[in-house]
Design a binder for this molecule. Sequence first.
Ligand code: SF4
Length: 260
Amino acid sequence: MPPSGRRLQTGDTGRDGRAPSPVRRPPTRRQLDAVYRALLEMHGAQQWWPTASEDDEAARLEICFGAILTQNTSWRGAAAALENLQAADALSAQAVLELPHDVLGELVRPSGHYNVKARKLQEFARVVVEECGGVLDTLLDGETDEIRARLLEIWGVGPETADAITLYAARQPTFVVDAYSYRLFERLDLAPGERKYDLYRTFLLDRIGPDVWRLNEWHALIVRHGQGICRRTAPRCDECTLLPRCPFGRREVGLDGRGL
Ligand code: SF4
């Protein structure tokens, strides 16, 4: 979960608008490692996903709700919706399920698309309450593929949300792909191929390995970098630690386009 002001969004990822070359070689582990270390050095460990709930199961449910609420909107809006739910004592699956739809919609209004978000939260809560006996761990138990498959069956949960929940709530290894990931890897000329969710996810997971902490930081650092430095428009390339190895950035600042 992004701290206040961070933004998870989908959409165009760069003003260059270019797709990666279909013939280029995919990035090596060494190249990816160098990017990771540079981002970590620049931004520090992000230690996602901060939650208001102190109880572990409640915190993980909050992560699930947050992952749904932040779909197609800024984290700020999702965080405000979560605060409303907490203030209404509705940060539990049972409470969300029992709330009248219009009341829940008002509570999550800051997250945008609030009627749909309310439906999605209630469907998630219904699965937890009715299919998992009210125990979130039942939904989040098992290996990565089992958990993802279970989550993807829930209405309103797509691949990015399923992976965010799998990584941050179930703490199982997966890579969360988002618009920031496409943009960063394309600009660095390290895209594993076309912008296809599963292609990116499986490639990066294979290269990075199953270290949950590292996968957690990878995604968090990409989001942090994409929001503050590698912005869709007006990227701050002259402040970026990746500039020496970034063809796009080098063109932006008037150097040749070759990365290291
Ligand atoms: S140099 Fe510019 S384009 Fe490249 S990663 Fe950094 S901010 Fe993004």
